[in-house]
Design a protein around this ligand. Structure first.
Ligand code: TMP
Length: 214
């Protein structure tokens, strides 16, 4: 039997990485050992793309170049990590997936790429494959950005290319994630990420139990 594919999405500083780890630990307790992956950068090639995408001048790519690079990384993640694991019956959790491209490169950039381009790229790269469940961690951009800048203090390479954008960009992408969730409620669940880590984790576990029948 094919495993399940869960994706985590959200704006800067929403706590995805922490929540991915907590959910993985919970699933392990239940006898399911999930494979953790992320976008961008789950493969050696993807790590090169990640460096290009998350560091440096905020205006070095236009929206379409950015979409192409994220989709190149996505194809590596799917073909080398996600699909082989699912075929072996494993569960896979991805820290970001295609909703991030729609939120950041479409809504964030105020619709400078069309939906047709985005859905065309999706079809080329992933066909009709979709996550079984997408958790969208929702947070006020002001709160998320504060967390994100604090985290960057501890990083050798500062991954702040998107954080350096105006607050308006972050409000747009937050709205984007909420619109995606409203459009696809059977796949997506929105969780308030401005609560303490344990509360957010319990909410996520509740959703996973209900939707994926653990
Ligand atoms: P991360 O810091 O959550 O690992 O994500 C890396 C950055 O890349 C983050 O600022 C969001 C951005 N991003 C996009 O703009 N589009 C995408 O499709 C993905 C996957 C990430």
């Amino acid at each position: 039997m094919r495993g399940r594919f869960i994706t985590f999405e959200g704006g800067e500083g929403c706590g995805k990485s922490t929540q991915v780890k907590l959910l993985a630990a919970y699933l392990k307790e239940k006898g399911i050992e999930p494979l953790l992956t992320k976008e961008p950068g789950s493969t050696p090639e993807g790590q090169v793309l990640r460096q290009l995408l998350v560091t440096g001048d905020k205006d070095k790519f236009d929206a379409i170049s950015e979409c192409l690079l994220y989709y190149a990384d996505r194809r590596c993640n799917l073909t080398k990590v996600v699909w082989p694991a699912l075929e072996q019956g494993k569960w896979v959790i991805s820290d970001r997936y295609a909703d991030s491209t729609e939120a950041y490169q479409y809504y964030g950039y105020d619709k400078r790429v069309s939906h047709d381009i985005l859905s065309g790229l999706y079809r080329i790269v992933a066909g009709d494959f979709k996550p079984d469940l997408t958790i969208i961690l929702d947070i006020e951009p002001e709160v998320g950005m504060r967390r994100s800048f604090a985290k960057a203090e501890t990083m050798a390479v500062k991954e702040l290319r998107f954080e350096s954008r105006q607050l308006e960009f972050h409000h747009n992408l937050r709205r984007g994630f909420l619109e995606i969730a409203a459009r696809e409620p059977e796949r997506c669940a929105v969780v308030n990420a401005d609560a303490d880590i344990e509360t957010v984790h319990h909410k996520i576990v509740e959703i996973v139990q209900q939707r994926l029948e653990i």
